[in-house]
Design a protein around this ligand. Structure first.
Ligand SMILES: Cc1cc2nc3c(=O)[nH]c(=O)nc-3n(C[C@H](O)[C@H](O)[C@H](O)COP(=O)(O)OP(=O)(O)OC[C@H]3O[C@@H](n4cnc5c(N)ncnc54)[C@H](O)[C@@H]3O)c2cc1C
Length: 466
């Protein structure tokens, strides 16, 4: 096809899906600039290999874990077909329920009436039903705290939602926007489970936490497949974009820090200046604001300072036991635990850990100035392990390997009023006639993998039509 030259900033799923559709459209003159050594961003699968880390107990197959508990959501039929074509038989349909751990009990998630009846006192059950009947929302809630209480009632909200949200986003629930609810609370919808239990109407399986698609060797297979289709010549790893030079409403050049490929000179970096005609930016909105040269108007920089991203620290335990649980994920709403979620990759695909062994991953959301983000490895391991022992004890000799992993820019923090701030910043970027934004952190939207496939396709269609 025509030799339109475009530059994609960031090699996470947003950059990769855009590159994939560019290739599919027949574009040949494009490059993806990725700061890291690997593409895939926050959607990768990491392998702990026995040989690499010197643990003789580890089998040759090693352990695999994803950068956060991922699944592929079957929400957009066209995208699902695309991913099925990409992965073929390696895309598994998984059915693994999740649970919530609260006050020493496990509750099925999505909620099950029979489970609640077994585990809650009748008094509490009646209270939940009463609150639901008498708290039907009449006017839109102003923040997540009022939304959760109105939508689910005081009891359910306080048990399962408010503390959890505060841990996840690091803000009190009254400061969080109702937008954080998104689709993630469908499993707490009392009406849908009452309907399905009492009337026998099926719940929509695409909305259930327990049924989803998952690649045989981890979510990263999707990113890896995209890279394979795009081709290595188009993906520039260890190329960190530092500045976006603009003039007359156009991005004219980008300044990139290129890390040398030769191991001996790994510390050597060179700065290169690249003229551009079309730029597709997937980098965090706040970072992109700082990269603009000349800088944006000061009032917009102030707006950018008000929006935040939440990072995620992963604590990974490889265990010499067959299983820790049978769940895809376990959620921990209580502040008693430093983590919000535990996931066991083997319950998504048996190929994620060697036979007779398993791996569990604990997610600790934090900001980069929180103590936990910079905590010494040994202390972090002890703290998490001790908290875990209040759920299900793990003997020291069962731990084959431990490591932590940092995931920056995991979640945009959707505070009350964020829409207006983000709209102003995005509108400013849209004034550049040759710049397109896509991606979770770039658009500051709670986008998932299937959304990014769609967004990538749409960006390329717009460029092709221009
Ligand atoms: C814990 C967790 C669980 C999730 N679970 C699911 C799920 O179950 N299902 C689902 O569909 N989605 C899930 N998601 C969402 C999905 O992973 C994200 O939507 C996706 O990773 C966002 O892709 P992105 O390309 O926009 O950003 P990122 O993945 O953040 O990628 C951005 C890339 O840009 C690179 N970069 C940063 N700065 C620079 C620079 N200056 N120059 C060059 N490159 C740079 C980074 O290294 C990175 O590779 C989850 C996300 C998280 C964090």
């Amino acid at each position: 096809m025509e030799s339109t030259n475009f530059h994609i900033l960031g090699g996470g799923p947003a950059g990769l899906t855009t590159g994939y559709y560019a290739k599919k459209h027949g574009f040949s003159n494009f490059s993806i600039f990725e700061a890291g050594e690997h593409a895939g961003g926050n959607c990768r699968t990491l392998k702990i290999n026995g040989v690499d880390c010197g643990y003789s107990v580890l089998s040759k197959d090693g352990f695999r874990f994803d950068t956060g508990a991922h699944r592929f959501h079957d929400k957009d039929p066209q995208v699902t077909e695309e991913v099925k074509t990409l992965l073929g038989d390696d895309l598994l349909r998984v059915s693994a329920p999740s649970e919530i751990f609260f006050k020493n009990k496990f509750y099925r998630f999505p909620l099950l009436l029979s489970d609640l009846v077994q585990k809650l006192e009748t008094k509490t059950l009646l209270k939940i039903a009463w609150e639901k009947l008498y708290n039907s929302p009449k006017k839109p809630a102003e923040n997540f705290a009022t939304f959760a209480r109105k939508q689910y009632g005081q009891t359910l909200a306080e048990r399962f939602l408010l503390n959890y949200s505060e841990k996840l986003w690091g803000q009190p629930p009254h400061k969080l926007s109702t937008a954080i609810a998104g689709n993630r609370l469908k499993g707490l919808d009392l009406w849908s489970f009452l309907r399905s239990t009492l009337l026998g109407t099926p719940q929509n399986p695409t909305h259930l936490d327990g049924s989803f698609f998952y690649p045989k060797y981890g979510i990263g297979m999707i990113s890896d497949k995209l890279c394979e289709c795009i081709g290595p010549d188009h993906i520039k790893l260890k190329h960190r974009v530092n500045r976006l030079l603009h003039k007359n409403g156009r991005i004219e050049r980008i300044i990139v820090n290129k890390e040398s490929d030769t191991p001996l000179a790994s510390a050597v970096q060179s700065e290169i200046e690249i003229p551009v005609s079309t730029v597709i930016n997937t980098l965090p909105l706040t970072l992109s604001m700082k990269m603009l040269d000349p800088p944006p108007p000061p009032e917009l920089c102030e707006v950018a300072n008000t929006i935040k991203y939440r990072h995620l620290l992963l604590c990974v335990f490889c265990l010499n036991r067959d299983a820790f649980s049978s769940n895809a994920s376990i959620y921990f709403p209580s502040h008693e635990f430093p983590f919000t979620r535990l996931y066991e990759p083997k319950n998504r695909s048996p190929h994620m850990a060697p036979k007779g062994q398993t791996v569990i991953v604990l997610e600790l959301p934090c900001y980069n100035d929180d103590g936990v983000w910079n905590m010494p490895e040994a202390l972090l391991q002890t703290e998490v392990w001790e908290a875990l022992s209040r759920v299900k004890p793990i003997r020291e000799e069962e731990i084959i390997h431990y490591q932590s992993y940092k995931l920056p820019f995991a979640y945009p923090v959707l505070e009350v009023g964020f829409e207006e701030s983000v709209a102003r910043l995005v509108a400013y970027f849209e004034t550049f006639e040759n710049l397109y934004l896509t991606g979770r952190s770039s658009l500051f939207r709670y986008l998932h993998l299937h959304d990014l496939f769609k967004a990538g396709r749409e960006v390329i269609e717009r460029i092709a039509e221009a």
